[in-house]
Design a protein around this ligand. Structure first.
Ligand code: FAD
Length: 353
């Protein structure tokens, strides 16, 4: 059984950002990642997915993402290359594939049990993301529908649905982007719980990050909460979404009431036949490995103060969503909470430099 200062669980962007700061502070650590290859969830993106920010605004601490030739907004493959290079550049000790099954208290240490052995650590950073926990709402009739049902994570390209009747569910960024992707080659119906709210066309991830930064500053200084990025709208009008919307191809319908064997039915009795339904209905944090610690709060999250779990000071959570730090689930936003987590752990272990 290996003993280290810190075990980082998850080798996506959040785990790497944590590793960067742990290394700078001179802590001994390993990063355990369930994927066989680097890149975290970006390896699972659909073919046409591009970032909603330019490369320089999508960078982890220490090393700017290089621009992708010919693309203002890099694609997912470019992000995978960047993350691969990042972990090599900083010689981050990522061990893969290793899946963590459980984290338990073990005297003064935490015990990390995996499918490839056990580690004991003075502290644990959990950075397991959300993509392994796709969420599909419990709509009546879901099991009766005879066509294909996919979640965002399983969608690849419009070629798989050419000429088909496809219903895309979800009024967020994934729903809008996948609907735009399918708008030309399929008979598309796009359903959302409420009328889609586009951010202004000139707002991309840069402005979102600036907004999150201003909010954090306001909160830090005890000023009035300016509201999360959600207050600006739900959908970044990236070029393909804007083009499909402006061509009149992205008209959202209200959410249907239930599924039937051949399609969907709205409350007023209107029906639509479908060959496939694509659920772009979000994700939940992948926290099952932390269940033995008994820390889950009422919303399924683990309550934190910054990144530190309130019920277990040796545990930090990184990424996941704004509840672990403003913009913490973005490439550029995770750097700051990663630094704070590393510093707090160093202080906790009495290893501050
Ligand atoms: P992940 O990338 O999911 O990495 C977690 C890693 O942990 C994975 O490798 C996983 O296999 C591993 N893991 C999980 N469970 C275990 C376990 N039990 N044991 C060991 N390993 C485990 N952000 C931006 O900055 N710009 C964008 O343009 C952008 N676009 C997005 C578009 C979409 C459709 C989505 C869904 C998100 C987007 N994001 C964007 C948000 C964010 O950058 C990603 O969700 C990002 O993947 C989160 O990184 P992470 O490291 O926290 O998690």
């Amino acid at each position: 059984m290996d003993v280290v200062d810190v075990v980082v669980i998850g080798g996506g962007q959040s785990g790497l950002a944590a590793g960067y700061h742990l290394r700078r502070l001179g802590l001994g650590f390993v990063i355990l990642d369930a994927q066989p290859t680097p890149g975290g969830a970006w390896q699972r993106a659909w073919d046409s997915l591009h970032l909603f920010s330019p490369a320089a605004y999508s960078s982890l601490p220490g090393h700017l993402m290089p621009p992708q030739p010919g693309e203002t907004y890099p694609d997912a493959g470019h992000v995978v290359s960047y993350l691969t290079d990042y972990e090599q550049r900083y010689e981050l000790p990522v061990i893969r594939p290793v899946r963590v099954a459980g984290v338990r208290r073990d005297g003064e240490l935490l015990r990390v049990e995996t499918d490839s052995g056990t580690w004991r650590a003075g502290a644990v950073i959990s950075a397991t993301g959300t993509w392994s926990r796709p969420f599909v709402p419990a709509v009546p009739g879901r099991t009766e529908f005879q066509g294909a049902q996919l979640h965002t994570v399983e969608y690849r390209s419009p070629a798989d649905f050419a000429g088909q009747r496809v219903i895309v569910v979800g009024g967020g960024n994934s729903g809008a982007q996948i609907a735009a992707d399918l708008a030309h080659d399929t008979q598309l119906t796009w359903c959302a719980l409420r009328e889609p709210r586009y951010l202004a066309d000139d707002i991309d991830g840069r402005a979102l990050f600036d907004h999150a930064t201003a909010r954090r500053r306001a909160l830090d200084e005890g000023r009035i909460d300016t509201g999360g990025v959600a207050s600006l709208g739900d959908i970044v009008a990236v070029p393909p979404v804007r083009a499909a919307r402006d061509a009149g191809l992205l008209k959202a319908q209200p959410m249907f009431d239930r599924l039937t064997p051949s399609g969907v039915v709205w409350a007023d009795g209107t029906t639509a036949a479908a060959d496939a339904i694509i659920w772009c209905t979000g994700f939940r944090p992948a926290l099952a490995h932390l269940a033995p610690l008994g820390l889950r709060g009422p919303r399924g999250h683990i309550p934190t103060d910054g990144t530190q779990a309130i019920g277990e000071p040796r545990l930090h959570l990184l990424g996941y969503g704004d509840w672990t730090g403003p913009a913490s689930a973005t490439l550029i936003g995770v750097g700051r909470p990663a630094r704070e987590a590393a510093r707090e752990i160093a202080a906790f272990l009495g290893r501050s430099r």
